[in-house]
Write a protein that binds this ligand. Structure first.
Ligand code: ADP
Ligand code: MG
Length: 375
């Protein structure tokens, strides 16, 4: 598999499967979706991620045809959707509530759309069997939805949504009703099923961990706009704004002014932390410009002895330690009161932390560990 098979968005000659251009939807004075342009490729599991009210569901509903755009266009597999009603689109939508028919068996729920199409009985039966085994509910065909767990109901809804072989499946908070543990298991099943079927998925979620787990790429939404589109790793390691850095995972944000703008380095004067930050690469900026450095907690080292490096060293006192199992989160208070978050993996079973509450510590980080952000 070449890079462009795996990541078609990096291939300038690849044709997007779903092409959204300048799409807007207003409700009164609210721009629920605001001039969104977005290309999604065949076989992607694309996540729309954003807080409540950021316009995710409205965007999804426009793709399904349940909502009419005020401006812009949607093209699916080369066909403009402007005059195509929902039931004629090569699209299906799975809702959070699942909306299974309570009086029908699992098999009948899955067969429902196929029966309405008046397909031959034998064909329906074999298709239903195939879908049941795909979602691992072969033994549950005769049960009613009320006799299933939440996770199983979710899988029935998924099988039903895939029954008619849509080219594009839209899922609005598909795992929202499941508890955390089950949601994590189901995420992997969802990915497996998506890979097996090759159907393009667009998944709406407000849960950043879920988006990170599932997505080929994430579109981060804020106030109706898409503010960044990138792979989970890029969104995490190279957020394009403080908003995205803060929304995805946790982050330390340090504000400063450019004191030296070199070819392959720069220095920031950070009143915020009462220190200078050294950045080991060039940044397009002007002297005196206000910038932010976003530093992930796991990129910061803690020590009781002064580290060997001469720059990017802070001193503080351990204010709080939270044991999280796999890792511990430390909150370190600097002399000016600013708190810095640091994550340390718990590699040993016994308490191997060299630091505890009220210890005076040094914090340090590499000169390319932070992301420099102008906005
Ligand atoms: P999300 O799914 O990201 O939570 P929505 O797409 O549901 O966001 O909503 C985006 C914005 O549009 C919100 O401000 C919401 O109140 C508004 N909105 C959504 N649907 C309607 C509607 N049918 N009528 C009026 N306002 C709406
Ligand atoms: Mg929503």
């Amino acid at each position: 598999m070449t890079v462009s098979d795996d990541q078609p968005w990096r291939d300038p000659s690849a044709q997007p499967f779903l092409r959204i251009k300048g799409l807007s939807k207003h409700f009164g004075s609210v721009a629920a979706v605001d001039k969104v342009s977005l290309d999604i490729y065949r076989g992607e599991l694309f996540c729309l991620l954003g807080g409540s009210g950021s316009g995710k569901s409205t965007l999804l509903r426009m793709l399904a045809g349940f909502e009419t755009a005020n401006a812009g266009s949607i093209e699916i597999d080369g066909q403009d959707m402007a005059d195509v009603p929902p039931y004629r689109r090569p699209v299906n939508m799975m809702f959070q509530s699942y909306a299974l028919f309570p009086h029908m068996t699992v098999a009948d729920n899955i067969a429902y759309g196929l029966k309405r199409e008046r397909l031959p009985r034998a064909e329906i039966a074999s298709r239903v069997d195939q879908l049941l085994s795909m979602v691992q509910l072969g033994d549950f065909a005769k049960r009613k939805p009320s006799q299933l767990s939440g996770g199983q109901r979710q899988r029935v809804a998924l099988a039903r949504a895939l029954a008619k072989g849509p080219k594009l499946l839209l899922l609005d908070e598909p795992l929202g009703a499941l508890d955390k543990k089950l949601r994590e298991e189901t995420q992997f099943e969802l990915m497996k099923i998506q890979e097996e079927t090759g159907v393009t998925f667009v998944v709406v979620t407000h849960d950043q961990e879920e988006a990170m787990t599932l997505a080929t790429r994430i579109g981060v939404m804020r106030d109706g706009e898409i503010v960044q589109v990138a792979t989970p790793r890029e969104v995490y390691e190279y957020p394009n704004s403080r908003f995205v850095a803060d929304f995805i995972g946790s982050v330390n944000l340090f504000e400063g002014r450019v004191s030296e703008d070199g070819e392959a380095h720069m220095r920031l004067d950070c009143a915020d932390i009462g220190a200078e930050i050294y950045v080991g690469h060039g940044v397009s900026c002007t002297p005196g410009q206000r910038l932010w450095v976003a530093l992930r907690p796991e990129k910061v080292r803690v020590s009781t002895q002064p580290p060997a490096q001469s720059h990017n060293v802070l001193q503080g006192v351990v204010d709080e330690i939270a044991y999280m199992g796999g890792s511990s989160v430390l909150r370190v208070r600097l002399a000016n009161g600013k708190l810095v978050h640091v994550t340390q993996p718990n590699l040993d079973r016994d308490d191997a932390h060299p630091v505890s509450w009220d210890d005076a510590v040094y914090l340090s980080w590499g000169d390319t560990a932070g992301v420099v952000l102008p906005v």
